[in-house]
Design a protein. Structure first.
Length: 147
């Protein structure tokens, strides 16, 4: 018999509010991400390693959550991150993101904690970090194996 944690420590889906669903979908497809067949006219899904990314019009997302839609803040207090196996992987991923239309916010550089990291924003200003952390190994299926 399996016992369930009352609040499991997992992140299943991240949904981003977007101003132009078609343009945002094109951006993430240009990164090389596979659009899920579960996508519908009003929401687009991408499978990620161990979770999913959803794109949903901002006003519809605010309505779904039952909160008023606020203007786009300069900083939302959230970043999304993709950890990569090497510094070269970070640089290559950033080149791909820029080719897809991303804006570099902070070019990759060595960090004080011994890694390598930089940031870009997607077409709606969502911040993504691309990082290499030599202290966070990966499992065989590409997931972080945090100690």
């Amino acid at each position: 018999m399996t016992t369930h944690q009352p609040f499991p420590a997992r992140l299943s889906i991240v949904t981003l509010g977007v101003s132009d669903l078609a343009a945002s979908t094109e951006f993430y497809e240009a990164l090389g991400w596979r659009r899920s067949a579960a996508s519908q006219d009003e929401i687009v899904w991408f499978a990620t390693s161990g979770s999913a990314l959803g794109l949903f019009p901002t006003e519809a997302l605010a309505a779904d959550a039952g909160v008023p839609e606020a203007g786009e803040p300069a900083f939302r207090g959230v970043t999304l991150a993709v950890n990569l196996e090497s510094r070269e992987g970070v640089d290559a991923a950033l080149e791909r993101a820029v080719a897809a239309g991303a804006v570099v916010v902070k070019p990759p550089a060595a960090t004080e904690w011994g890694g390598y990291s930089g940031y870009f924003e997607d077409p709606d200003g969502h911040l993504w970090e691309l990082a290499h952390n030599p202290f966070f190994p990966f499992t065989e299926d590409g997931r972080l194996d945090l100690p």
